[in-house]
Design a protein around this ligand. Structure first.
Ligand SMILES: Cc1cc2nc3c(=O)[nH]c(=O)nc-3n(C[C@H](O)[C@H](O)[C@H](O)COP(=O)(O)OP(=O)(O)OC[C@H]3O[C@@H](n4cnc5c(N)ncnc54)[C@H](O)[C@@H]3O)c2cc1C
Length: 507
């Protein structure tokens, strides 16, 4: 490639929650390292991490039914729920550390306490929910979970959902008070503000990374276009993180590393309905997750969510899935087609053949009229009025497609995939679930894989930031209690001390 313009220790591509988290972790662990960030948009946290582009659920498996599956013998597999919860505890510990040490301020600007509930209808679903409750409620990670089929109790928990409901409807719910609503957009911006105070960090907005290549001396060279002046420049680094969200797959393919071969991406878009009537908004105070429809992908489980954005309470319902060939909301209509390469074409074709029902489901979702979407909302709020709700286009999720031993060729993955080069000099994050909630754990995994030689030296500092690092909290209930109390105090999550109006007033 052309002339080099700068050399740095670390390049982070993309200014979303993942790069923000990795940047802050690295600054705590290796303060002398120089970090350069390139972001194609004009601000941080504008794509999937933006508050209006995701659901803001602090995913801890407290209410998401897709993290607990029913085994053929009828028992409930809670292993995924435990893993998601443990990962969220890691995020809470890290965020607490940042607030305690004044690296970021005002936790109520990015995290709010909010009950998490699961709500189901019909005998069969109620039996499942009850079994799920029994399997989880004795586990220290899910302490405080309640189950009820009693309409009087359900009316207290979720008045808007119970109002005007036919009393013959069989309905049940679980509730856990220590759930959260997280404004990942605000958090991303706060983390970048903190990073930008450091002389060793340079953040370049309006800079699109067009290519990533290995140089002969073993460094990585990125070709960057300053989109304001249309100027090209080349920058090198010892380590590059491809944190472009939906844009990461193309960048990974450009890097040419063997670990990035035979991987494809399938974009699924998200739409929410947002309530414009403050009287309706006031009547709900929870995240209430339902059960996914047959054939629906796990990320389109319907939920009715109280959100706290810009010091204001809002109410969102969704997501409705949809199909667009773009990999980013601000992406190109050619993203899907240009991601098909000779090494992944068989994988992609196999996925296409296997996932015909999903494609059909997504096309049906795109075709839904507002009234049809309102009908789905009325399963949650029986008397919902069309004029109170507007449609909101959320972010794009690019689901990873790869060949797996269990699923065979072209298997669609619904999780997060960390792809790293064998020598640890480059890493990419693909996929979007559980997503932003697990950013800290995923970035710690990245550090272990890419910086094994530094880990021994870094471990004491990591333990200072995340006291449970390397341990299972479920198996260490005393430590769990300790870190929970600390997070509740520092992040102002204790429901007993904080009414929502108090918190909003303070924010
Ligand atoms: C509808 C929906 C609902 C969701 N709900 C939740 C939820 O409730 N809870 C949760 O935890 N997670 C949720 N997620 C997932 C979560 O939003 C993502 O996992 C997370 O935001 C991804 O962060 P990121 O930093 O990887 O990507 P992003 O936030 O998308 O950031 C990537 C950045 O890279 C930039 N970029 C891309 N390519 C280039 C390039 N070539 N050069 C320069 N810059 C580039 C982009 O402009 C962007 O700013 C949801 C996602 C969606 C779409």
């Amino acid at each position: 490639m052309g002339n080099r313009q700068s050399q740095t220790d670390v390049i982070l591509i993309g200014a979303g929650i993942m790069s923000a988290t990795l940047g802050v972790l690295l600054k705590e662990l290796a303060p002398d390292w120089n970090i350069t960030v390139f972001e194609k948009l004009s601000k941080a946290g504008e794509e999937s991490s933006n508050e209006w582009n995701n659901a803001g659920t602090g995913h801890a498996a407290l209410c998401e039914l897709n993290y607990t599956t029913e085994k053929p013998d009828g028992s409930i597999d809670i292993s995924k729920a435990i893993s998601v919860n443990e990962q969220f505890q890691v995020s809470l510990q890290f965020w607490s550390y940042l607030v305690r040490n004044n690296l970021i301020e005002k936790p109520e600007d990015f995290i709010m306490p909010l009950p998490h509930m699961s709500m189901v209808q019909g005998e069969e679903n109620i039996a499942f929910l009850k079994k799920r409750f029994e399997a989880l409620s004795n586990n220290p990670l899910f302490e405080g979970m309640e189950f009820s089929e009693d309409p009087k109790i359900l009316e207290q928990w979720m008045p808007l959902i119970m109002e005007d409901r036919d009393h013959n409807d069989k309905i049940a719910a679980t509730k856990i008070d220590h759930g959260t609503d997280v404004n990942f957009g605000a958090l991303t911006r706060m983390l970048f503000e903190h990073l930008q105070k450091d002389d060793t960090v340079t953040v370049n907005y309006n800079h699109l990374v067009e290519d990533v290549k290995r140089t002969e001396d073993g460094l990585w060279e990125v070709k960057v276009r300053d989109t304001k002046g249309n100027i090209l420049a080349y920058h090198t680094a010892k380590f590059v993180f491809l944190g472009g969200g939906g844009g990461s797959l193309h960048l990974l393919q450009k890097s040419g590393i063997p670990e990035g071969k035979r991987i494809g991406g399938f974009p699924v878009s998200g739409l929410f309905m947002v309530c414009n009537n403050p009287d309706v908004v006031e009547q709900h105070h929870a995240k209430v997750y339902g059960k996914a429809k047959v054939g629906a992908p796990p990320m389109s489980v319907p939920h009715l969510d109280t959100r706290f954005i810009d010091n204001k309470k809002s109410l969102l319902f969704g997501p409705f899935a949809g199909f667009s060939p773009k990999f980013l909301k601000t992406g190109s209509m050619f993203d899907l087609i240009t991601s098909v390469k000779p090494d992944n074409i068989v994988t992609m074709l196999a996925a296409g053949a296997k996932n015909f029902p999903l494609t059909k489901y997504l096309i049906q979702q795109v075709m839904l009229s507002k009234e049809q979407r309102m009908e789905e909302l009325r399963e949650f709020i029986p008397n919902a009025k069309s004029e109170d709700w507007d449609l909101l286009v959320a972010g794009q999720r690019v689901q990873v497609i790869k060949d797996t031993e269990t699923g065979g060729k072209g298997t669609l993955q619904f999780g997060t995939e960390l792809v790293t080069a064998e020598d640890g000099s480059i890493a990419a994050l693909l996929g979007a679930s559980p997503g932003a909630s697990t950013a800290v754990q995923v970035m710690l995994n990245l550090l272990e894989r890419c910086f094994p030689e530094q880990m021994k030296e870094w471990e004491p500092k990591i333990k200072e930031m995340v006291p449970s690092y390397g341990m299972s909290l479920m198996e260490n209930p005393d430590l769990l209690q300790e870190v929970k109390e600390e997070a509740n105090k520092t992040l102002h999550l204790d429901q007993n001390d904080n009414s929502t109006s108090d918190i909003l007033q303070r924010a």
